[in-house]
Design a protein around this ligand. Structure first.
Ligand code: KG4
Ligand code: ZN
Length: 344
């Protein structure tokens, strides 16, 4: 069964074809660059760019997958959560293609896509596992008993961790998107110069809070400016380092706690911040100490992509969870816990 996957929930247009017999046949991504001058994603511009890019990308991916002139067996698109206008582009294109081809279509939860992304790798995790989902809009610890069987163990009370990376980058004058820029500068930072708090680690439970860390960055920036004038390049790196270390120590600490609480031995890390190399190093130390196994998607599938949507779509269409309706709705907000289970 060959499933076409479409991702358009934010500022990346992703298209892929997943084949249940042969795995991933093709995938392409178009990342929007128009938002950098505004310091964040502008929803209306994102939607317009998806309209411009999506169909040409579908044509290219079908050719790459050897499906030129043929239809796949189903279409999966991201139904939510995300920017409503951007989601509507993928949903309307996905539904229209399915109607024209007379094949089933299914709307996929974006975060389910992320948490299933490691299933595209050579050594996928068995169920059950704990998923740490860390993106620009979400910070979640999820008990994953099987596809569609999700229980949220912890979430952020304020900013998502990717958002905290992006805001820290802005405070340090590093531009948007900020996560990779903070990580790059942190690599040249001195580890001992500043110490940032590890938010919520002193309290029981699995929730996160990152707004205090962002405020701590702001206070540190202002103190350095008062003392020395404009931030010098080394100070920027040192602050980036202290922020990154505090953020990833917290993610690792809470993930270890979630594994202890569930008794599971497998951790899946996905979403854009999962590409962070210091997070991977700190989790590597936790693996050595506590003896669990950690699974990541390849870095290009940590961030938004069509492959994860095609895979999740395959599972749900194979389980009969699809429709051929021409009517559809998208969900800007949507809990993972509201999804139906998929029987394997
Ligand atoms: O999953 P994703 O591509 O999109 C959302 O669904 O939000 O995640 C994007 C987030 C952004 O906040 C970006 O700054 C962050 O992931 N990010 C990183 C890194 N690469 C992307 N954060 C820290 N280190 C990175 N290497
Ligand atoms: Zn995402």
């Amino acid at each position: 069964m060959k499933i076409l996957g479409l991702e358009s929930s934010c500022d990346d247009t992703g298209v892929a074809v997943f084949d249940s017999d042969r795995g991933l046949l093709a995938h392409r991504l178009a990342s929007q660059t128009i938002h950098s001058e505004f310091g964040g994603v502008v929803p209306e511009l994102a939607a317009r760019d998806h309209i411009r890019v999506l169909m040409p990308l579908v044509d290219r991916v079908l050719i790459d997958a050897g499906l030129e002139g043929q239809s796949p067996d189903g279409v999966a698109y991201t139904r939510g959560p995300g920017l409503a206008g951007a989601l509507l582009v993928g949903a309307s294109v996905g539904r229209s293609l399915a109607l024209g081809w007379q094949i089933p279509a299914v709307g996929i939860h974006h975060m389910e896509g992320h948490l299933l992304a490691p299933m595209l790798e050579a050594e996928p995790p068995d169920y059950p596992f704990v998923a740490l989902l860390v993106s620009g809009g979400h910070t979640l610890l999820v008990d994953v008993k099987g596809p569609g069987r999700y229980q949220i163990l912890g979430t952020t009370r304020d900013d998502a961790v990717g958002e905290a990376f992006d805001k820290t980058a802005k405070l340090l004058g590093l531009g948007y998107p900020g996560g990779p820029a903070v990580a790059r500068h942190a690599a040249s930072g001195h580890p001992g110069r500043f110490h940032f708090p590890r938010p919520m680690m002193d309290r029981p439970g699995l929730d996160f809070s990152f707004s205090g860390l962002k405020t701590h960055t702001l206070t540190t920036v202002n103190q350095c400016i008062d003392a020395d004038g404009p931030l010098n390049a080394q100070t920027v790196c040192d602050i980036a380092r202290a922020f990154e270390q505090a953020a990833v120590d917290t993610l690792s600490g809470k993930s270890t706690r979630a594994l202890k609480q569930t008794g599971y031995a497998r951790l899946v890390v996905a979403g854009g911040v999962g590409a962070n190399t210091r997070l991977r190093a700190v989790l590597g130390d936790a693996v050595a100490k506590h003896g669990f196994t950690v699974f990541y998607p390849r870095p290009e599938f940590c961030t938004d992509n069509g492959a994860m949507i095609a895979y999740a779509g395959y599972l749900r269409i194979a389980a009969g969870q699809h429709s051929q309706d021409s009517s559809f709705e998208v969900k800007a907000r949507w809990s993972l816990e509201d999804l139906p289970a998929v029987m394997l």
